[in-house]
Design a protein around this ligand. Structure first.
Ligand SMILES: [Ca+2]
Length: 514
């Protein structure tokens, strides 16, 4: 069900100049095509910038006491809308990224939980509708730059077919052959980036579209193996950890510049997934010492530098104000050093079901339609991107796509009623140790955390924690024991969401599960 009523939507589309675009475009004659092109040009570009493990409290616009200077991100907040209750779909990389591109929770995949490991096959099958396809079918040129981390098909050297193994068999991979099942097979016209975490997952080699850029012909050194979180593996002889984010920024800028020259009649959609500030925190020289926190802080300063590079490119091309520019992070941060409160005032860090695990910065700059300096405490999720842009582009989502995605377009435009339209806010922790997974669900003032631990054979039933988020937003007091009825209702609702999809949990169906 659309969240904007038809008249509101018509007014909105009229305002941004694309209403004439929405119907029957292929039947237009040549004269009408001119007006079509004009309307097309009026469509805003979309740039989605996502840091990797940057915390709510790392950004100065969220935490004035941050030890990290973030002038470029602060400026976006000053000129756009800043959400204070935004959440990643998961407290871990791959599941969040899956949710952004598909509008679905990761537990609906064959993997269900945990990360996509190096050389894992794709978690998104080619037939699934993605955010990129939605944009592409709506007339956008689409590009993905950065960390993919959603799996690829790799060609094997000897046997026919594809590799499906983790790193120990990487010598069997034929790096002279194309990879498939990645961004260019899921709706992106262009891809430049890495298969997994760009600075800690093998293979350490860039991919452009479907081809390897160079050959990862050598093994990583013993020196690199000492770095925190670094997976040993093959790399290209010229691979330089310090320069990875600099290179990705360069490619993001290149995509913007090249687009303006080559595709003036089309808007573009750039999904730019940074490697920073993910471990192992090896910074380029020019950013060292930029923060007062040390290497992790400097890596966050590098994120800000990258945001500045993209902004400058948009400005230089004269398209900054015709672009919806979004900045966010894929999950909560690691603990900060010194006095840095990387997760702000919230409990927990990356991988946690507590707020610190998945409450992330989320800023949208779009001066044509967003009041500068706007602030919103409406709960939103990164899994909402699909439904949001479907509504924006008048794209009808089929019933078997984006099941967990709720349009936040009204919230971006400052409509507080969005709050009551969301049946619940759900986040996953990635469940590293559990096949069943761990979840949190928020409805009204309550937040239920369900931990399905399998560390003990005797612990077969989930452990629940319940918090009153109005009185206790920092999750200090577990109220589950005294509120078993609430726990049961919330858990029932969570199970129903898993089964039906969050998008369909409204109206009559919702009332049955109160
Ligand atoms: Ca991450």
């Amino acid at each position: 069900m659309p969240l904007l009523n038809r008249s509101t939507r018509r007014d909105f589309l009229k305002k941004i100049g694309i209403i004439s675009f929405s119907a029957n475009i292929f039947k237009r004659d040549e004269v009408k095509k001119k007006s079509f092109d004009k309307a097309f040009a009026a469509r805003p570009n979309v740039v989605f910038i996502m840091a990797d493990d940057m915390g709510w409290g790392d950004v100065e616009a969220y935490n004035p006491e941050s030890l990290i200077p973030t002038p470029n991100i602060n400026r976006l907040a000053k000129e756009g809308i800043r959400f204070t209750d935004a959440h990643s779909g998961c407290a871990l990389c791959s599941p969040t990224r899956y949710g952004i591109l598909t509008g679905r929770f990761y537990w609906r995949t064959h993997k269900k939980h945990s990360l996509v490991m190096p050389y894992d096959p794709p978690v998104i099958p080619q037939e699934r509708l993605t955010w990129a396809q939605l944009m592409h079918r709506s007339g956008y040129r689409t590009g993905f730059v950065g960390k993919w981390h959603l799996g690829l098909w790799y060609r094997a050297k000897k046997k026919k077919g594809f590799k499906r193994q983790f790193t120990m068999n990487e010598d069997e991979v034929d790096f002279s052959k194309n990879v498939v099942g990645g961004p260019c097979d899921l709706g992106f016209d262009y891809f430049f980036g890495t298969a997994g975490c760009s600075t800690s997952d093998a293979p350490y080699c860039f991919i452009e579209n479907r081809s390897w850029v160079g050959v990862p012909s050598m093994q990583s050194s013993e020196e690199l193996h000492k770095l925190p979180g670094f997976y040993p593996g093959v790399m290209t002889p010229d691979w330089d950890l310090e320069q990875v984010d600099v290179k990705l920024a360069e490619k993001a800028v290149h995509f913007i510049n090249a687009h303006k020259k080559e595709n003036q009649n089309k808007p573009f959609f750039l999904y730019y997934a940074l490697s920073a500030p993910h471990i192992p925190w090896v910074n380029p020289e020019f950013i060292r010492g930029a923060s007062k926190e040390g290497p992790r802080g400097d890596m966050n300063a590098l994120v800000d530098w990258c945001v500045g590079e993209v902004r400058r490119a948009l400005e230089a091309q004269g398209v900054l104000d015709d672009t919806i520019l979004i900045f966010t992070s894929d999950n909560g941060p690691r603990r900060g050093a010194k006095s840095q409160k990387s997760a702000g005032p919230f409990r927990g860090y990356k991988n946690s079901a507590y707020e610190g695990g998945h409450r992330v910065p989320f800023i949208v700059r779009w001066p044509r339609n967003i009041e500068p300096g706007a602030l919103s405490d409406v709960p939103i999720s990164l899994t909402d991107m699909m439904a949001t842009f479907a509504e924006f582009l008048d794209f009808s989502l089929p019933g078997n796509a984006a099941e967990d995605s709720i349009s936040i377009l009204p919230a971006i435009l400052g409509d507080e009623n969005q709050r009551i339209r969301r049946p619940a806010l759900i986040a996953d922790t990635g469940g590293h140790v559990s096949e069943l997974g761990n979840y949190s669900i928020r409805r009204g003032k309550w937040k239920l955390i369900e931990i399905n631990s399998q560390t003990s054979r005797n612990q077969k039933t989930p452990r629940f924690e319940l918090y009153d988020m109005e009185k206790d937003p920092y999750e200090t007091t577990n109220l589950a024991t005294d509120n078993q009825d609430v726990v049961e209702k919330m858990d029932r609702f969570l199970q129903a969401c898993k089964q039906k999809g969050l998008r369909f949990m409204s109206g009559e169906f919702r009332s049955k599960h109160r």
